[in-house]
Ligand binder design. Structure first.
Ligand SMILES: Nc1ncnc2c1ncn2[C@@H]1O[C@H](COP(=O)(O)OP(=O)(O)OP(=O)(O)O)[C@@H](O)[C@H]1O
Ligand SMILES: [Mg+2]
Length: 375
């Protein structure tokens, strides 16, 4: 999949932007706060229908404006499409492909696959299980429509069941039949979600371990373990056993929304036992494994976005990473770096061609097609 170009209107710190992309490597340089990440975030919007940073859509409209528009011509399987996303204050978000609006945003997920590696990924290590679940859910949803449908239905049933428990606490009356209906829905949709998560992780781990191993030369062992209540006995019994607790806490305590993914290095929690470089390599391997699985399931090369990825990596890891992602197994690549001299040195050292965009205060100051000097 190739983003041919990008145009922005009032998106974050860009009033307008019109740029054409290289089908291989695209680099964005510029000072902190220039707008490099914002450009990648716009591509993220076109693929995932939301920002990778701000969950609130309106926060991505340029300050004091009312509407943003992101638009791109995208080539996928030799066909060209125009994809756009717009958010206007007080209106619902619109995502269109060839001018046709999706009825549901979920229909768009997976059409233009993309993987982004960003500094915010460290939340995956430090934050709660919810963030890790969200990562795997999002990764799986891009390639598995049925999974996404189960997830949406599950979350709807969970919301209803929790509202019913809350109502019970307020009124003292519980509609047992309705509670049973919601519990059955949680079991109906939760079971395939559990099976798919286990299945996905199984395939994922092969790619993940290979990537981690290839980013360092020390033979560090890393792993991910999936932990779920669903692996322990009858789910129906567990809901029954938990009912009293659910009533007191006014929420559902059993189900796949409680699943965990444990990240380890040398069988110890990565959060406490991994160095900064090891954690960063772990996160990169995680995203590259996501990329590989997505590519094989979709039978195409998703776009790969690397935001500030070189920071905290030593020279060896940085070289290994760049060599890997510019290999032909990967497709179009977008890299940001606040240090232009580092980008240039990497391009020269690895003899790579690239289009370089120098960004300053929400504008492209310069675009250069860089050719390495012949060695
Ligand atoms: N809704 C908005 N309206 C206007 N400006 C915004 C909005 N949201 C963010 N910004 C501005 O965007 C800029 C940040 O852009 P971005 O994160 O893309 O920078 P960057 O070039 O990636 O910097 P760094 O090197 O620090 O990562 C900040 O100056 C911020 O104030
Ligand atoms: Mg940035």
């Amino acid at each position: 999949m190739i983003f041919k170009n990008l145009s922005l209107f009032n998106f974050k710190n860009f009033e307008t932007l019109d740029i054409g992309f290289e089908k291989g490597l695209n680099c964005f340089t510029g000072h902190n706060g220039a707008g490099k990440t914002n450009i990648l975030d716009a591509l993220h919007y076109l693929s995932i229908t939301k920002s990778s940073i701000n969950a609130v859509d309106s926060a991505n409209i340029k300050f004091d404006e009312e509407l943003f528009i992101i638009k791109s011509a995208v080539e996928i399987n030799k066909k060209k499409h125009v994809v756009s996303c717009s958010v206007q204050l007080g209106k619902k978000k619109e995502v269109r492909v060839d001018k046709k609006e999706h009825e549901k945003l979920s229909e768009h997920i997976g059409l233009f696959p993309l993987v982004m590696i960003s500094p915010n990924d460290s939340d995956l290590i430090y934050d709660s299980n919810e963030i890790r679940r969200r990562f795997f859910d999002s990764a799986m949803s891009q390639s598995n429509k049925a999974y996404l449908r189960h997830l949406i239905a599950y979350n709807f049933a969970l919301k209803n069941r929790n509202a019913l428990l809350k109502q019970f606490s307020d009124s003292g009356r519980l509609d047992s039949d309705l509670l049973q209906t919601y519990t059955s829905q949680l079991i109906e949709h939760g079971t395939p979600i559990y099976e798919e998560r286990a299945n996905y992780l199984n395939q994922f781990l092969d790619f993940f371990e290979q990537h981690y191993a290839s980013l360092q030369s020390q033979n560090e062992s890393v792993s991910i373990t999936y932990e779920s209540q669903l692996s322990e006995g009858s789910l129906k019994d567990r809901y029954n056993q938990s009912l009293q607790r659910d009533k007191v806490l006014q929420r559902t305590n059993v189900g796949i929304h409680k699943d965990g993914f444990l990240f380890t290095i040398f069988d110890k929690p990565l959060k406490r036992h991994g160095s900064q470089g090891q954690q960063k390599s772990f996160l990169i391997a995680l995203k590259l494994a996501q990329y590989d699985l997505l590519a094989s399931q979709k039978n195409l090369k998703p776009a790969l976005l690397l935001d500030d990825v070189f920071d905290k990596l030593d020279d060896e890891r940085m070289q290994m990473l760049l060599k890997k992602v510019t290999h032909e197994t990967y497709g179009q690549l977008f890299i940001t770096d606040a240090r232009p001299e580092r980008t240039m040195a990497l391009l020269e050292h690895n003899q790579l061609k690239a289009r370089i965009f120098e960004i300053e205060k929400g504008k492209v100051q310069n675009t250069t097609d860089y050719e390495p000097t012949q060695k």
